[in-house]
Design a protein around this ligand. Structure first.
Ligand SMILES: Cc1ncc(COP(=O)(O)O)c(C=O)c1O
Length: 731
């Protein structure tokens, strides 16, 4: 090989290495960037969902989850029984109806199962049936089967913006327009053209397609952007809800592992950097603008309301507008379509939806909920190049997005009425008034809550409002029950997401304020929030308890049962033979020494054994002299008999004796000289005693019982220190 060839070969190899290294470096830096921008909440909650076991509070435990004392437990228990009894008598027919359909109606069971944090759910289900069966509406009020009227703040999941009376009218008038055609599908009614015209004008986009629900429309939008960009990845933001399709449910609620939907952090510049760097992979960035209300946190359901910290909401219009603008700019520069999921915000925040409210234009907008005047709907509006379902260059490539009920005449008729209403002159002003009235209600309600010293506040975004708790509490979710008792209808997510509609009069707002203040006052009076003076450090305690419970619920059931049995035996032991204060203090001393011995055992066996034996004698002195009556009881709890204890002590005493006999000297100097050997034999004797006991218990009882004894023995020093530590005893 000539020198020239060698040089060329080396240069080529070097260049290839540089190219490869650059490529790897780029990939690594993109991966790192993605890791930092990614929201891990969904991934972690998914993992947790596979580990967390069902736990249920029952009896007193239900009422003392926050560490309440026996008196408060009694007060709470009586209050809950009273509330349940008044519910049962006021809603007897609804309750019976609910019971009769429960077994065959899985939707109701799902809503019921997710109303409150799961450890409380079973007891609440036993005591309450919240099935709301309604037969009529009048303004924002609903009449249930029992003839009771309540004020509706569920807003029909967001459908009710304009007031039920208007929707009834639109449905009727819409049907009148199309009834000559009836439910003919495939061929379309001419009214569709008007709807398309109005939707294009509102959205500012080129094309429209009709679907049956928000979920279906989101599916269609995702399908279309993938088809038209030729890219797979969808970017969503942390906490955003886009319907129940598992293609956009990254966290809890779906079994599918998503590798084509990336959840990034809202309001985070690193997310923008990821969009820029991975633009060639991203089919669209999907935004749910209602997230401006509670960025990066999940929809505020009462079932996840453990302490107040979990639920956050803020009036962040300016900050979010800035964020959406940056997102818009980034997407435009990177050539990535920006899709607004306005199923919730469309026609609620403003007549022109979030695009108008935040002043930011999207490339595609998904509508739903209210846009069909009260009938089921999903709509996708988009730029022409994103709405294609055929590839003109490759005729076999198509996006199969269709639906039997698309553009159903009844839906199109009601939609026409709604769109005519929403685009009429002066409608913007009506939206402004609606939002202003809700804001005024929020202000005056908060003032009343402060005045009454109640630990609740309300915050809003337009007419979407939520309850925040200014005091930590494990029972904040109970407010939804107290509110219902005050005649307020909430959706199954409870106090987390409530709505006002355009037909709320001053009288309705006053009634709502009265109900909220009344419900909170009753809840406070019934003792569901612990008094800070009676319970100093209640927040820390609540949190550490929560963490403890969470960790213990991660432990597989057999281990948990084992742990419970060990703890039960410890408890029995304490009751049986640790009642004398002097004995308890000796246990505290000996246990502390044992713990020290555990720590030094591996590298200083001699000191560990000497100290350990001294501690053992102190301990036995406590039992034998200070609390001798307890010995019999202790034996019944797998403890040693007096004869066995004597034998064990004899063993420990004989070891130094035998060693000194062997050494032929009984002086202190000889004892000290042979102490390491003596300690080693003491160690072997200890092991023998323990193993012999385990074997005996296996033979006499079972392997499990022997292990319970063993684990208890080894962990007793720790639990004794915890139990007899003076500060803890005072608490
Ligand atoms: C933002 C958003 N997208 C999609 C959906 C799903 O709509 P639907 O329940 O009509 O399927 C919802 C429903 O609440 C929503 O709020």
């Amino acid at each position: 090989m000539s020198e020239m060839t060698l040089v060329l070969g080396l240069a080529a190899a070097f260049a290839a290495a540089i190219v490869l290294a650059t490529h790897l470096f780029r990939r690594a830096s993109v991966a790192l960037l993605t890791i930092r921008a990614r929201s891990w909440v969904s991934a972690v909650s998914r993992i947790l969902s596979e580990w967390v076991n069902a736990t249920h509070y029952s009896g007193d435990a239900f009422f003392s989850a926050d560490g309440a004392d026996a008196r408060t437990v009694r007060r709470r228990s009586a209050a809950l029984d009273h509330l349940a009894a008044s519910f049962a008598s006021a809603h007897a027919k609804s309750t019976d109806w609910g019971r009769s359909v429960r077994d065959g109606f899985s939707d109701i069971r799902f809503a019921d199962a997710n109303r409150v944090p799961f450890p409380f759910a079973r007891t609440m289900r036993e005591k309450f049936d919240l099935t709301t069966v309604v037969t009529a509406s009048d303004g924002p009020r609903l009449c249930d089967l029992d003839g009771q009227w309540s004020l509706d703040v569920s807003g029909s999941y967001g459908v009710n913006v304009a007031g039920f009376e208007r929707y009834k009218d639109w449905i009727q008038r819409g049907w009148d327009r199309v009834k000559a055609l009836g439910p003919v599908l495939g061929p379309v009614h001419p009214i569709v053209a008007d709807n398309i015209r109005m939707l294009r004008s509102i959205s500012g986009l080129d094309e429209v397609s009709f679907h049956m629900s928000g979920t279906e429309a989101v599916m269609a939008a995702v399908r279309l952007v993938r088809f038209n960009t030729g890219r797979r990845l969808i970017v969503c933001f942390s906490g955003a809800y886009h319907g129940w399709w598992d293609g956009v449910v990254a966290g809890l609620g779906s079994e599918r592992r998503l590798d084509d939907c990336l959840t990034l952090k809202d309001l985070d510049p690193r997310s923008l950097a990821v969009i820029r760097r991975r633009a060639h992979e991203i089919a669209a960035v999907l935004v749910n603008p209602v997230q401006s209300f509670h960025p990066n946190t999940p929809p505020p359901n009462d079932a996840v309301l453990l302490t107040s910290e979990v639920r956050k909401a803020e009036d962040s219009r300016d900050g979010y507008t800035e964020w959406l603008m940056q997102l818009r700019f980034t997407c435009t520069a990177a050539g990535v379509p920006l899709v607004f999921d306005e199923v919730y915000t469309g026609f609620r925040l403003a007549a022109g939806g979030a695009q108008e409210y935040f002043g930011v234009k999207a490339d595609m907008v998904v509508y739903g909920k209210t846009v069909a005047g009260g009938l089921p709907i999903g709509v996708v509006c988009g730029r022409r190049d994103l709405m294609q379902r055929f590839d003109p260059k490759r005729p076999m490539r198509l996006a199969y997005v269709v639906g039997t009920f698309s553009a159903h005449p009844a839906v199109m008729g009601a939609m026409y009425e709604f769109l005519m209403w929403v685009t009429a002159l002066g409608r913007d002003r009506q939206y402004e008034v609606m939002n202003r009235e809700c804001a005024a209600w929020v202000r005056s309600t908060n003032a009343r809550l402060v005045e009454e010293g109640l630990p609740v506040r309300v915050v809003h975004l337009g007419t979407i409002w939520t309850v925040l708790f200014s005091q930590p509490g494990r029972y904040n979710w109970l407010l939804q029950y107290y509110l219902r008792a005050e005649g307020v209808t909430l959706s199954w997510v409870g106090t987390g997401r409530c709505l006002a509609s355009m037909d709320f009069t001053t009288h309705d707002y006053m009634a709502l304020q009265h109900a909220l203040v009344g419900a909170t006052t009753r809840m406070k009076r019934d003792g569901w929030w612990l008094d800070a003076t009676e319970y100093p450090q209640k927040e820390q305690r609540m949190k550490s308890r929560l963490v403890q419970e969470m960790l213990s619920s991660l432990v597989p059931t057999p281990f948990k049962a084992f742990h419970e049995e060990v703890m039960l035996r410890k408890k029995d032991d304490h009751h049986a033979s640790h009642n004398d204060f002097g004995n308890q203090m000796l246990h505290l001393v000996s246990s502390s020494v044992f713990l020290y011995c555990y720590a030094i055992l591996a590298f200083d066996l001699t000191s560990a054994m000497c100290l350990g034996l001294a501690a053992l004698f102190i301990r036995q002195f406590g039992h034998a002299v200070l609390e001798p009556d307890a010995r019999e009881k202790e034996m019944t709890l797998l403890g040693y008999t007096t004869r066995n204890k004597t034998l064990i002590v004899l063993g420990y005493s004989l070891i130094p004796l035998a060693t000194l006999v062997d050494a032929g000297s009984f002086s202190i100097a000889a004892f000290m000289q042979h102490l390491p050997t003596i300690a080693e034999y003491w160690w072997y004797w200890t092991q023998f005693v323990i193993v012999a006991r385990v074997v005996y218990l296996v033979w006499k009882f079972s392997f499990r019982t022997s292990m319970i004894w063993y684990v208890k023995l080894v962990t007793d020093p720790l639990t004794d220190v915890i139990a007899y530590f003076p500060r803890r005893q005072r608490a």
